[in-house]
Design a protein around this ligand. Structure first.
Ligand code: ACO
Length: 428
């Protein structure tokens, strides 16, 4: 195979090197394009064909439905690892030894309190505020309380910022939910595991001791692992691009949370459940909604279907569908919404429109059903996604910093007015 690509513009040929990844993906390295062509640029709205970086964190093959973190299959990690091990793996590159994991957990626990003044900021939000907006603001506010988190030239400060956010983020998540529910703000316990603590902080009632439920711990562990990274998606690219300006970790994460909020990205899990409930209230006629989804005059889309990269199946959806059946079975929950979901999935998988466009259920088609069975309010679903994605965002931000990537600054093709003479206001 030749290791260059040739581009001919106006009769002039230019050669560009090919970059080959460890899984034999090929990229054309166009770093010199503008220089050698006198300013020619590429246009790729939505970046469907553009690689923004070289990364050693997550590999996915959308055609074959493969997802691996640092070389490990998502199926193995979801079954055999816990969320904190996966977080360590993503951020530092290898599965931790017991000693490394214990130290990591101990460092995180030391940071699992937030400045009490954060409560004043939380208090200023109306109860009706969407939790994602509140979480983005509080995460950004953490910078003010932890100024050293901005110094990314020191590996120690970077490590401290990482364990700080892993410790404090679950507290902010729990408080965001508790504030909406009018519950007192609480803390976790040093004796509990990372995921156990999240559940304790979210669900503990002020008038009785909190009892752990292993089914919920396992379900949440799995959900968080499945969401932990997904290479250069919208929110991750946002974290990397904000971080590339040398903004600190918390500011970069706050931007990522805002990007995740949208219904075409992380907000899809909330949108899926609202859609399924809407179908149920409308009599449960899935065929009617299938027809709406296919009608180009109708803006309705089947939420939870389709993916920018997976054009065969979403491997996370397979794992999560099984988990949804198990969790609902174990908890003894019978949910008519799950039946509607299964009906829609079956119809879509044998429908020409969906088959031709390679639209399959994605991870968020089923995650909301589990969250609902766990007692998590619908508005918190995207927050739960953020909680899972946190180690991925951190890993990608750290990689970008360690590789000393340049500031992200795309180009454009200008299509506006040519030069115009200025007219004073009474001449217009
Ligand atoms: N329902 C109906 N039709 C759809 C759907 C859908 N969910 N998704 C895509 N299509 C159709 C489009 O109308 C288009 O049809 P056309 O070729 O006749 O014009 C074709 O399939 C391709 O769709 P695009 O929007 O071009 O695909 P893209 O890769 O840009 O979008 C996306 C992917 C945003 C995920 C899209 O499938 C979608 O909107 N899905 C619903 C929202 C959702 O579930 N998002 C979660 C993504 S997963 C995540 O973030 C964790």
């Amino acid at each position: 195979m030749s290791n260059t690509a040739i581009l001919e513009i106006n009769g002039e040929k230019h050669e560009f090197p090919l970059i080959v990844g460890t899984e034999n993906e090929i990229g054309i390295d166009i770093k010199t394009l503008r220089g050698v062509t006198g300013g020619v640029t590429t246009i790729d709205p939505g970046y469907k064909n553009t690689g923004s970086c070289e990364s050693a964190i997550t590999f996915l093959n959308g055609e074959e439905g493969v997802l691996r973190y640092r070389g490990y299959a998502i199926e193995d990690l979801a079954e055999k690892a816990d969320f904190l091990e996966v977080a360590y793996l993503l951020i530092f590159g290898n599965l931790p030894t017991q000693e490394q994991l214990d130290k990591f957990h101990a460092d995180i626990k030391k940071e699992s309190v937030v400045d009490d003044d954060i409560k004043k900021i939380l208090d200023a939000f109306p109860k009706t505020a969407h939790p994602m907006g509140v979480l983005a603001s509080l995460t950004s506010a953490l910078t003010a309380f932890n100024p050293s988190s901005v110094n990314v030239d020191s590996e120690d400060d970077m490590y401290n910022a990482i364990v700080k956010i892993l410790g404090k983020f679950p507290v902010l998540v729990a408080w965001t939910m508790r504030k909406k529910q009018g519950l007192p703000l609480n803390y976790g316990s040093e004796d509990l595991g990372y995921v156990e603590n999240i559940l304790k902080m979210m669900f503990e009632k002020p008038n009785k001791p909190y009892e752990q439920n292993d089914i919920l711990i396992n379900a949440l562990d799995k959900l968080l692992i499945l969401h932990a990274d997904h290479e250069q998606n919208c929110s991750t690219s946002t974290v990397r691009i904000v971080g590339s300006s040398h903004a600190g970790l918390f500011a970069s994460l706050s931007a990522g949370i805002s990007a995740l909020w949208g219904p075409l990205h992380g907000g899809a899990n909330q949108a899926v459940l609202e859609m399924l409930e809407g179908i149920k209230e409308d009599g449960g006629d899935t065929k009617k909604y299938m027809a709406k989804a296919k009608d180009k005059e109708d803006p309705f889309r089947l939420m939870g279907f389709g993916h920018r990269v997976y054009k065969n199946f979403d491997p996370r959806a397979k794992i999560i569908k099984k988990a949804a059946d198990e969790v609902l079975g174990d908890l003894g929950v019978e949910d008519p919404v799950l039946d509607i979901a299964k009906g829609l999935a079956e119809e879509a998988l044998s429908d020409d429109y969906f088959v031709k466009r390679k639209l399959y259920p994605n991870v968020d088609f089923y995650s909301g059903i589990i969250y609902r069975a766990m007692g998590i309010p619908v508005e918190m679903f995207t927050v739960m996604f953020a909680l899972g994605r946190l180690p991925g965002w951190i890993a990608q931000w750290r990689e970008m910093r360690l590789r000393k990537e340049p500031i992200g600054r795309p180009r454009q093709i200008y299509i506006g007015e040519n030069h115009r003479e200025f007219k004073s206001i009474n001449e217009r």
